[in-house]
Design a protein around this ligand. Sequence first.
Ligand SMILES: Cc1ncc(COP(=O)(O)O)c(C=O)c1O
Length: 489
Amino acid sequence: MSSTEPIDHDRAPYADAMRAYGEGDWVRVHVPGHMGEPKRHPLLAEWFGDRVLELDVPPLIEGVDITPDPTPITQAQRLAADAWGAARTWFLTNGGSQANHLAVMCARQLGRTLVVQRSVHSSVVDALVLAGLSSAFVHPSVDDHLGIAHGVTAADLSAALDANPDAAAAHLITPSYFGSVSDVAALAEVAHDHGVPLIVDEAWGAHFGFHPALPANALSKGADLVCSSTHKLGGSLTQSAMLHLGAGPYAKQLEPMVVRGLHTVQSTSTSGILLASLDLARRQLATGQARIGDSIAVADEIRARVRAHGRFRIASDDFLQFPDVIAVDPLRVAIDTSAGGISGVRASKVLINEHRIHVEVATGAAIVMVIGAGSAPDVDRIVNALHALPEENGGGEDHSALKVPPPGESRMTVRQAFFSPVEVVGVDAAVGRVSADTLAAYPPGIPNVLPGEVITAELIDFFRGTTAHGGYVRGAVDRAVTGFRVVAE
Ligand SMILES: Cc1ncc(COP(=O)(O)O)c(C=O)c1O
């Protein structure tokens, strides 16, 4: 894990090496088949520019991946580890989803049950299927008005681990989609006291720790494995991500597990462009505090002007009242539009159609805008468009989110259900049947039914309400939600 190279965050060793190759005068008779020849592939070149073809460098190129040790990618990953405070970092090209797949593969090597935050991302459920782990849930607090989940408390995690003495690891999400941050230090202590590592899905917090006004990152608070969607707010290209290994008591045990597991979830043709973007994003985050400060100032100004106008409420203003929230990401601007007489879903549609403003997510009651670290969108345009939104039906409607019903009874593991013979049944016939798929109402996308759980009448009503309000149900057989895939009887 250690290295003797000096740490210089102004370097981008992998990006520089692949650029040197891409710009070099080579006859490239290797994949990819476009061979970096824009003239012979005018359609690709017209769409993306010549440079994308030139820089589309695959693995195992002399001078890029084949060099004396440490190779450029090793150096780049070491710089990233230093920037985030990790014992070791791996670059990934299939998103935070891949980081979750990999982390769960590691957990499976430690035991058979994963204690998981219920508002888990679907990639973790997929990983449970792939790895064959059972799940035991720890429930986050839910804001019933906004219909969103926050995090979990140390006490709740402790109770879940007490109830599952055979747990392999705990897997939690922080920050949440809406930017609420859990107390990772307390959660890590609880996990370690119970003899298990803490895996943190920090998909939405790749930028944490890179500015004094941002929350600390999970590694600095004792997390053992951290899954990061670096592309979300960290500034790398879409689908690029990282897995970080913490320097805590499980580092030695987990490191070889990650190395082994990586082969099972990584393409043998990783995109040089995505990898280079991670190297560049690290360089920009580690050296760009002033730019990040600008982004925070933009977000603060939007919030201040919305508060001053008085029509809408800043949804995150009372997040700290929830017992599991200790901080809020300032780069998430969460606005309770229902306070101003319009649902979040409708507000988002009007912003798109009439103002060409596309927000990150909309729920029945709110919208969330994300400001990437270093970015600075047009504040006037956003604030003016928000205050020009129409009131729906005179503003008297209740836009509170539909209350999320409790999950049905679990009759088999997610893996058993996923690999069982399945049949498609109509919505009404699905009541009482065991789901073969994950069903999640969007927004906000928290899994309501996992494979192996019984579909209840209450859940069906909730899904109907979701579609009636313009949402959809991921995992239903079609967008109109005419049926569900259930385990055949
Ligand atoms: C909490 C969480 N984890 C993981 C992911 C997956 O990340 P990616 O889209 O980079 O695969 C997401 C995606 O939205 C997420 O919200």
